[in-house]
Design a protein around this ligand. Structure first.
Ligand SMILES: Cc1ncc(COP(=O)(O)O)c(C=O)c1O
Length: 379
């Protein structure tokens, strides 16, 4: 079946007891057993529940994985995924990674003997040279948040396979509709489902999608042991959001391109980071490995003061953290999403004080342009 059909039907079979076309929310902590040792497939909601199973089946199919496990947030999913590493193991991570991943690895996971190095994963030579004897994983965010740098997933998988390393890709920014990392050779995909998969800014969630049974077993063990599995109501909301993923992503993609083109021609904008523009240094790679360019972009207005004026004068675009919802969000990475990164690291990876990030929603593009035009006049 096609992507849109799978998004609507996988895990969403009519409920057997009543025929309800939408699965009920199983808002229960426990399940009554028929007899000692005999249950109906569920015993306790931390371990598993029907809404979680349904969502996991759907997400696994959309990413082309063997199994998926969903967690209370993207960070909970990423934390579980990194626990596949053992003390003494080393991982390479994209240099311009989401700030929360930087914080988790450098301030917490490193205390348990895991080692992390942040490298430019868009440069395959740099990836190769940064490998150590104890490297076990290459963790790639592509495009990066918020600098929109693209890494060559197939190229990295090629390097990893020579040494039996795991490649994990954070596919949050594009969703499986626009990029399928497993088809390009990745072994694991992670998501903040809070973003495009849910798409309506009304739940947080995360997913780990696996291709190898041994990894899947470990992640499921962690999910039921630590209790960070996603709750029924949130699974229901994400499942509902996923049903419209294909149409939303097509519209996000069109709006992203329209806004990027508008900003690129604006005299007050110094540069626009959007892989769909021919001016993007990896435009060709993006065309090759993605099905579209999405709706995340960042642009530089020069100074913190200019960024502040822009952010304080938009009306339709909402000043907020997060991304991937139907409504357009605008943010200041240096003071918001990436505040936990030391300023010198931010500078190194191009997160300047004048950089503004847009998560372009699916409103009418002309209304968004009018809003940005009015706010840029105040800059
Ligand atoms: C690319 C990326 N990965 C992971 C996360 C973490 O997800 P969550 O906020 O759902 O924990 C985010 C959050 O913004 C993100 O942008």
């Amino acid at each position: 079946m096609g992507f849109a059909t799978d998004a609507i039907h996988i895990g969403q079979e009519p409920e057997p007891a009543t025929g309800a076309i939408v699965a009920p929310i199983f808002q229960t902590s426990t399940y009554v057993q028929d007899a000692l040792g005999k249950d109906k497939g569920y015993d306790y909601a931390r371990t598993a529940h029907p809404n979680r199973r349904a969502l996991e089946r759907c997400v696994a199919r959309l990413e082309g994985g063997q199994a998926a496990y969903v967690f209370t947030s993207g960070m909970a999913a990423i934390d579980a995924m990194f626990r596949l590493l053992r003390p003494g193991d080393h991982a390479l991570i994209s240099r311009a990674v989401y700030g929360g991943v930087y914080r988790l690895t450098t301030q917490f996971l490193c205390q348990f003997g895991m080692e992390f190095t942040f490298v430019d994963t868009s440069d395959l030579d740099c990836v190769r040279k940064s490998l150590r004897a104890n490297t076990r994983m290459i963790y790639v965010e592509t495009p990066t948040n918020p600098t929109m740098i693209i890494s060559d997933i197939a190229g990295i998988a090629g390097i990893a396979n020579e040494r039996n390393l795991t490649v994990t890709v954070d596919n949050t920014f594009l969703s499986p509709y626009l990029q399928r990392p497993i088809e390009l050779g990745a072994h694991i995909v992670v998501h903040s489902m809070t973003k495009y998969l849910n798409g309506h800014s009304d739940a947080t969630g995360g997913a780990v999608i696996l291709t190898r049974p041994a990894d899947a077993e470990k992640i499921y063990f962690l999910q039921r042991s630590t209790g960070a599995g996603l709750a029924p109501m949130d699974c229901f909301l994400v499942s509902r959001g996923i049903k419209t993923l294909a149409v939303r992503m097509a519209q996000h993609d069109a709006n992203g391109m329209a806004i990027a083109r508008y900003l690129e021609n604006h005299p007050k904008v110094k540069c626009v980071n959007y892989p769909g523009l021919p001016s993007h240094p990896q435009h060709d790679l993006a065309r090759k490995q993605q099905r579209g360019f999405g709706a995340m972009l960042s642009f530089d207005v020069g100074t913190l003061e200019s960024a502040r004026r822009l952010l304080n004068h938009v009306k339709l675009c909402s000043l907020a953290e997060s991304l991937g919802g139907v409504e357009t969000l605008i943010s200041h990475p240096a003071m918001m999403t990436h505040a936990s990164m030391p300023p010198e690291v931010r500078q190194q990876i191009g997160i300047t004080d004048g950089l503004v990030r847009l998560s372009v929603g699916i409103e009418d593009a002309e209304d968004l342009i009018a809003d940005l035009e009015a706010a840029l006049e105040k800059v």
